[in-house]
Each structure stands twice: as structure tokens, then as C-alpha cells.
Design a protein around this ligand. Structure first.
Ligand code: SAM
Length: 123
């Protein structure tokens, strides 16, 4: 790598398997579109399915819901779903083909029940 940056680590994997609780800031750039829009495919090696699109959106919303106050999220072209309760849009700036949006978790909302992509309640 050419960049001389010391405090950076690349983790190659699915965000579902990552413990998000050890981070306080996230960047989501329309990550799951490949599952539903073939022209956007950028990695031929990953398995793509319509059901993954909805599943991943649910997982992101659930993970963000469980993070502490002060958590920051930047979205660009969103992530496919609405930001969970508690996140406030603190800035939005037009950039190229969409808006770069900055969100901060400011209030706590305790999730009581979620449903998976088949409509089954999940913990
Ligand atoms: C539109 S690209 C954005 C790439 C880069 N973050 C940027 O800003 O240029 C979306 C990225 O999300 C990644 N992605 C899609 N599904 C993912 C998943 N389940 N877990 C982790 N990354 C995923 C894709 O591989 C791709 O690199």
C-alpha cells in the first residue's frame, strides 16, 4: 500500500459476522445493491440473492439499533433501509450523484421484536 496510514485495518468478510460494538463510526455506501441490480456487480466471487438484500438491510438496522448513543454513521446512496429510531441527520451535503449524509445516535430506542425475511420473530 502506498498510503502511510498506521491506524487502519482492512477486514475482508461479511458485515454480518463483524462485531459492530467495538466501533463508533460507520460508512455505508449503498452496499447491498449488487444483490438486486446486476449492472452494479463489482465482485463476481460473492453469492448474490434478492433475499440477501432484505436480510442485510434488516441486519444493519438491528446492529445500528443496538449501538450506544454518540454512534456516527455516514451514508451515501443509503443502505437500502431507513435509519433506525434514535439517529438524527446532522448534516447532508450534495455530492456527485447523491447526498453524503451524517447521522448521530442521540436517543435510545429499545427494540422489542424483529422479524426475519420469512416473517419469523428473531432475537
Ligand atoms: C458501492 S460499494 C462502496 C465501496 C466503498 N465503500 C466506497 O465508498 O467506494 C459497496 C461495497 O459494499 C460491499 N458489501 C456488499 N455486501 C456486503 C456485506 N454483506 N458485507 C460487507 N461488505 C459488503 C461491496 O463489496 C462493496 O465493496
Amino acid at each position: 500500500m502506498g498510503a502511510n496510514i498506521e491506524n487502519i485495518e482492512f477486514i475482508h468478510g461479511n458485515m454480518m459476522d463483524l462485531d459492530w460494538s467495538v466501533y463508533n463510526a460507520f460508512y455505508l455506501y449503498n452496499p447491498f445493491m449488487e444483490n438486486v441490480y446486476s449492472p452494479s456487480i463489482i465482485d463476481e466471487t460473492v453469492s448474490l440473492k434478492l433475499e440477501y438484500y432484505y436480510k442485510y438491510i434488516d441486519v444493519v438496522r438491528r446492529k445500528l439499533s443496538l449501538l450506544p448513543l454518540g454512534t456516527r454513521v455516514v451514508t451515501y446512496h443509503g443502505f437500502g433501509g431507513d435509519m433506525p429510531h434514535g439517529y438524527r441527520l446532522v448534516s447532508s451535503r450534495s455530492f456527485d450523484s447523491d447526498y453524503l449524509m451524517c447521522w448521530v445516535k442521540e436517543t435510545t430506542w429499545v427494540p422489542t421484536l424483529y422479524f426475519d425475511h420469512e416473517g419469523t420473530p428473531s432475537p
